[in-house]
Structures are given as structure tokens and as C-alpha cells.
Design a protein around this ligand. Structure first.
Ligand SMILES: Nc1ncnc2c1ncn2[C@@H]1O[C@H](COP(=O)(O)OP(=O)(O)OP(=O)(O)O)[C@@H](O)[C@H]1O
Length: 261
């Protein structure tokens, strides 16, 4: 296996003034974190609200610039990438966000949304390719002409996943991809992501505050608390013998029915 994402001693200090815990030096949202994701692996990042998960995930694809530390994708330091390198990064590392309605342009049809991804990278596409893309996320060709308000939350999240898949990324960063969805469709989206990992060999960094979701879906789990990773292990280990009090609290907060037998 080769390493697709490697973050070494990465920190992020937000320079905002005022507010609890925010002194003149700003607020340290991520504090010296190191993690790696191997090719074909799904790493789950779990932790309470405000622990720095989204900040860390956004540093992994250059949306947030670290205050210190190094982020490498496929062995390349993203701080040293030129314009072409950054383009390649955007192709290789795609994101799926929490709220599909907010992440899709309400004035564009699904066809336009998908075509834009290709055009942004100087590529053309065909209807057959777009239909195949939709089919890979379980949607029919008729969705091409729909606007976001003409689809359900689960269907829109499938469109967002199709958009992420368009350029055949090596890594998808999914930041709470199911928390805005009805419970009934959450499992469908998680199964879709698991299928993509298995069938297409895509790596995932999957962020969630919900350990039950992470467990269903990740090979390894990293637990964050107050900007630091306090425990890592296989999903199995984390559930069977959580070591850190924060991990134990997360396991205890997981409903019995969702724990492994
Ligand atoms: N742009 C920003 N400017 C200032 N502070 C920020 C910014 N973004 C996040 N923060 C703060 O950094 C901390 C970590 O936020 P982050 O969103 O990374 O955590 P999280 O674990 O993803 O939380 P949640 O699960 O609630 O989304 C929080 O205290 C948050 O208020």
C-alpha cells in the first residue's frame, strides 16, 4: 500500500479576536496533528463538536492553509505546489460536504453541475459519461435535467458524490456526509461510499461526530479532542477496548443496537 495523504505535525490557529478561549493570539483549532491515509483505505475522524475535525479535513485538500506542519498528497507537499500542481490536487482530492442543498447551485441543473467540474479542468464530457456517472451513484438519467429543489436530500447527496467522482479522484474527504439527511437514507449513502471504496479503490477521510457512522464505514479511526488526536486504532479495537476517556465517552454514547455484536 502507498500513502495517499500524510499530515505531519499540522496546526491551525485562527486569528479571530474575542469569544471564549480566544485570546490575542487567536484560537488553536488544530494542535500538532499527524495522520496518514493509505491507498484504498477509509480513515474515520471522529470527535465532539468543535474538536477541529472540519479544520483538519479542509487542510487535507488545501481549503484551509495550516499555520504550521506539512500536508502531502501522493508524496507531494501541497504548500509547494504551483498552479498546475494545485489543479492536480483538486482532481485527486474531492470533497463531499454535510449539506447537499447548500453545496449545489440552486440555479443549475444536475447536468450543468456535473459539466462544470469537467469544464473547470479543461475537459469535455458526453451525455453517456454523465449518465454513467449518475448510474454509479444509483440515479437514473432523468436526474440530469432536474434542479436541486426537484430532488430529495438523499438524491442530492448522491449528486454531490457523483460530482466528487467525476474526475476519478484518489481520495474523497467526506465531512459529515449523512448528518443532514433523514435517518432512513443515511445508511444508503454510507453503503454507497463503502461500495465506492471497495469497487473503485478510492480512499476516504470520513469526518463525523457519530462513532456509529464511522464504525460502519472506516478501516481505522482517529479520535479528536480539543484540536489533538487522542487515540487511533482499527474500528474493531476502538469499540472493543477504547483507551482514552474521550473515546470511551463516544462509545458509551453509541446506542447498543449500533455496537458490534
Ligand atoms: N474560520 C474560522 N475562524 C475562527 N474560528 C474558527 C473558524 N473555523 C472554525 N473555527 C473554530 O475552530 C474550532 C474547531 O472547528 P471545526 O469546525 O474544525 O470543528 P469540528 O470538530 O468540525 O466541529 P463540528 O463537528 O461542530 O463541525 C471551533 O472552536 C470553531 O469555532
Amino acid at each position: 500500500m502507498s500513502t495517499i495523504l500524510e499530515m505531519t505535525d499540522v496546526s491551525k490557529r485562527y486569528r479571530t479576536a474575542g469569544g471564549f478561549g480566544r485570546g490575542r493570539k487567536g484560537f488553536l483549532a488544530v494542535d500538532g496533528v499527524s495522520l496518514h491515509v493509505e491507498r484504498g483505505e477509509a480513515l474515520g475522524l471522529v470527535g465532539e463538536s468543535g474538536s477541529g475535525k472540519s479544520t483538519l479535513a479542509r487542510m487535507a485538500n488545501g481549503l484551509v492553509v495550516p499555520t504550521s506542519g506539512t500536508v502531502r498528497t501522493d508524496g507531494q507537499d501541497i504548500a509547494r505546489l504551483g498552479r498546475r500542481g494545485l489543479r492536480r490536487l483538486r482532481r485527486n482530492v474531492a470533497m463531499v460536504f454535510q449539506d447537499p442543498l447548500a453545496s449545489l447551485n440552486p440555479l443549475q441543473t444536475v447536468r450543468q453541475t456535473l459539466e462544470n467540474v469537467f469544464h473547470a479542468h479543461g475537459e469535455t464530457t458526453s451525455t453517456a459519461e454523465l449518465v454513467a456517472l449518475l448510474e454509479s451513484v444509483g440515479l437514473g438519467a432523468d436526474y440530469l435535467k432536474r434542479y436541486p429543489h426537484e430532488a430529495s436530500g438523499g438524491q442530492l447527496q448522491r449528486v454531490a458524490v457523483a460530482r466528487a467522482l467525476a474526475l476519478k479522484p484518489d481520495l474523497i474527504i467526506a465531512d459529515e456526509p449523512t448528518s443532514a439527511l433523514d435517518v432512513s437514507v443515511r445508511a444508503q449513502i454510507l453503503n454507497l461510499l463503502a461500495d465506492l471504496q471497495r469497487d473503485q479503490g478510492i480512499s476516504f477521510l470520513h469526518v463525523s461526530h457519530d462513532l456509529a457512522v464511522i464504525r460502519l464505514y472506516s478501516d481505522r479511526v482517529a479520535v479528536m479532542q480539543r484540536g489533538r488526536i487522542v487515540e487511533t486504532g482499527s474500528s474493531e479495537e476502538i469499540f472493543r477496548s477504547p483507551q482514552h476517556p474521550c473515546t470511551r465517552a463516544l462509545v458509551e454514547a453509541t446506542p447498543e443496537a449500533e455496537l458490534p455484536a
